[in-house]
Design a protein. Sequence first.
Length: 162
Amino acid sequence: MGRPEALTEVEVVILEQLQRDARLSSADLAEQLHLSNTPVWRRIKKMQESGLIDGYHAHLNAQKLGFGIESFLSISVHTHDERNIQEFTAAVAAVDEIVSCHMVSGNGDFLLRVVATDMNAYADFISRVAGKLPGVREIQSSFVLKTLKSYAGLPIRKAALD
C-alpha cells in the first residue's frame, strides 16, 4: 500500500475537520483556515476525485434506533480458495445485520460486526443467517458490553506528515 501522496497542512486540516463534521461546507472550512472559498473547494474536489475522500456519512446511535445487541463474530471457513471466499463475501454483503466484515489473521478467518434488536433476534440471526453462510466451519461470538472508544476517524496527521 505504501505512504499516501504528500498532503499539505491545509489538506490535513480539511480532512480532520470533515471527519469531525462531514456537514461542513467549503465556506465554513475556508473561514476556519483563513482562506477564500474557491481554493478550499478545489482541494476538497481534488481529494474526492482521487478517492482520498471516499464518502460522507452520518454516525447513527444504534441504541436509540433499537439495536440493543452488538457483537463480533469470528468465523472460520473450511477452505480459502477464491471461489469460496467470493461466495462468502457476496453472502455477507447481502445481510443488513452485518455492518462490517474483515478478512483477518489469527484464530478466525473473518471478523464480522453484527447488530440485533435483542437476544431473540440475535439467536435468530445466528441460526437463520450466520450458520448458513457459505463454507462456515466455526463461529465464535463476543458481545459488546460497553463501547469505550468508537470510531473517531483516521489519524491523518500521523500518516500524512510523519
